[in-house]
Design a protein around this ligand. Sequence first.
Ligand SMILES: Cc1cc2nc3c(=O)[nH]c(=O)nc-3n(C[C@H](O)[C@H](O)[C@H](O)COP(=O)(O)OP(=O)(O)OC[C@H]3O[C@@H](n4cnc5c(N)ncnc54)[C@H](O)[C@@H]3O)c2cc1C
Length: 381
Amino acid sequence: MENWDVVVAGGGPSGISTALHLVQRNPAWAGRVLVIEKARYPRPKLCGGGITDYGFQAIKALGLDLAEIPHTKADEVRLTYRGQRLSFWKRPVLHVVRRDVFDAWLAQKAMERGVTVHQGEAVADVQPHDGGVSVRTSEGAYEARTLVVADGSKGVIRRKLDMEDTGHVARLIEIITPAEDENSRALHREAVAVFDFTPRLDGLQGYYWDFPCVVDGRPSINRGVYDARAVPELPKADLKGVLRESLAERGLDIDQVELMGHPIHWFDPQAALARPHVLLVGDAAGADPLLGEGIAFALGYGEVAAAEIDDAFARNDFAYAGYHPRLMAGSWGSGLKLRVDLARLLYRYNNAFAHWLIMTTLRATMQIVPGMRMYRRPVGA
Ligand SMILES: Cc1cc2nc3c(=O)[nH]c(=O)nc-3n(C[C@H](O)[C@H](O)[C@H](O)COP(=O)(O)OP(=O)(O)OC[C@H]3O[C@@H](n4cnc5c(N)ncnc54)[C@H](O)[C@@H]3O)c2cc1C
């Protein structure tokens, strides 16, 4: 049985960010944090890989340089809806990474800074007790003063801790196609990422996306459909049917591509995010339901959790009652709450007023990002 001050269950961006923020706050954390990751890096992760400015700034604030790994930049994010186009410009608006590469890089940085990472080891059971949490894995057993649950949207650890929430789950299908046709080549040439909300008309509580990316050195397009299910009482959209139609509009045949599905567990402002000796971060705590953005928030959860853990050890008080209030008092929690409210509004009402409201809010939100420009024009102009 090994004793650790902090055990992190899951080595995605939220778990690694928690570890990186701890050692950044105080180098004395080096050697005291164990990350347990069930896969081995580089491990596949279904994801568009789009990192917004918030995420990029969080990476920079950790003293990391994304230029060290291959990625694509989108200088224009184009929102389309029924022939209307609203574009946001910045150089770049979005960094698009491949998650296998990005997550392996983050984990490598953590190891270089003194974090221990066990790969190919799965957390099987967790038992909280007065002094901490007993953690049993596929390889052994550990005692943790603090357990950080970072096992993602499909993670089961929060359920083992009786921390199951109301179960808000978005549905996604993703595909990757080579950028061989003229439309795809243009997205690469002009560095454009597309969010097409036209499938709202088919009841999709979300959008279809096209993100330019590079897979094994080959220009490709990461595409898919996102269905937040933010308003569960409305009928479910036919996700595959929506994807089929959106691909057909782009000259692609759904039967010729490999479909990959994965849920996103999204944030509930009322849900418990902590119990004594335990904190939830990233998708285990909940991502953004409006756009399904999770990478930036995963990094943000790590920052807040690390501050909370650092304080807990300083005070020798592991109740973690201050984690939820601390998250909500800062920009990460308030940003998530705003997106929950907007998703519930936008995806409930499928009418002109709701769309005007969301466009106005998006414009206002984007305008606070330094250097962002915005304009509107009809598709094809
Ligand atoms: C199709 C799709 C497209 C997306 N596109 C985007 C996008 O473009 N931009 C964006 O910002 N977000 C996107 N997201 C959301 C984003 O992928 C997640 O929000 C993000 O990965 C959350 O990070 P995390 O560290 O919390 O979880 P994860 O990245 O899921 O990491 C969890 C880790 O825990 C490990 N694990 C699980 N169980 C155990 C266990 N028992 N023991 C040990 N380890 C365990 C897993 O192997 C994994 O490495 C997308 C999601 C999907 C499904």
